[in-house]
Ligand binder design. Structure first.
Ligand code: HEC
Length: 144
């Protein structure tokens, strides 16, 4: 009995250690499982742009050009090309999505897009700086 208990404790610690050292991250893992392509470091990546009027104005302009048709003018997931079956995830103001979407995660969702439900890849039509500007703007639409 004691030996079984000791082995169990050992296994639990080993799993916890491997998980911690391999950079396992629940938010990134969950996003990947639902079809997004995110590097393991996505959550830690910092927005290189300053949050100021110029960045936000550039981000807003690009958002209206590239994202509005699906996500709507205020990011509520109500654009003309919105996928209504996935409204909860398309609503960028939905407070349930805030914690799972730090800057770096949003960057890669936009950069790499998603197959199903479909969101276009933007890495082949925008620069990194443009995507970071969009990220800066999108984060101002979110509610805590
Ligand atoms: C063709 C329609 C379409 C366009 C254009 C589009 N998206 Fe999306 N987007 C979607 C769909 C559909 C989802 C929901 C995916 C899901 O359910 O997993 C989504 C999800 C997202 C999410 C994740 C929300 C979450 O809760 O995880 C972010 C962030 C996002 N879009 C940002 C953008 C930005 C920024 C742009 C413009 C650069 C953009 N999208 C353009 C269709 C689109």
């Amino acid at each position: 009995m004691l030996r079984a208990l000791t082995s169990l404790v050992f296994i639990v610690f080993t799993v916890a250690f491997v998980a911690a050292s391999s950079g396992y991250d629940a938010a990134v893992d969950q996003a990947q499982a639902s079809g997004w392509t995110l590097p393991a470091t996505a959550k830690e990546e910092k927005n290189p742009l300053p949050v100021n009027e110029a960045t936000l104005a550039a981000g807003k302009k690009l958002f209206l050009q590239k994202c509005q048709r699906c996500h709507g003018p205020e990011g509520k997931g109500d654009g003309p090309d919105a996928n209504h079956d996935h409204h909860d995830h398309m609503d960028l103001t939905n407070p349930k999505n805030t914690a799972n979407n730090p800057d770096g995660v949003v960057f890669y969702k936009v950069w790499n897009g998603k197959q199903n439900p479909k969101m276009p890849v933007f890495g082949d039509q925008l620069t990194k700086e443009q995507v970071w500007a969009i990220v800066t703007y999108v984060q101002t639409l979110r509610k805590k």
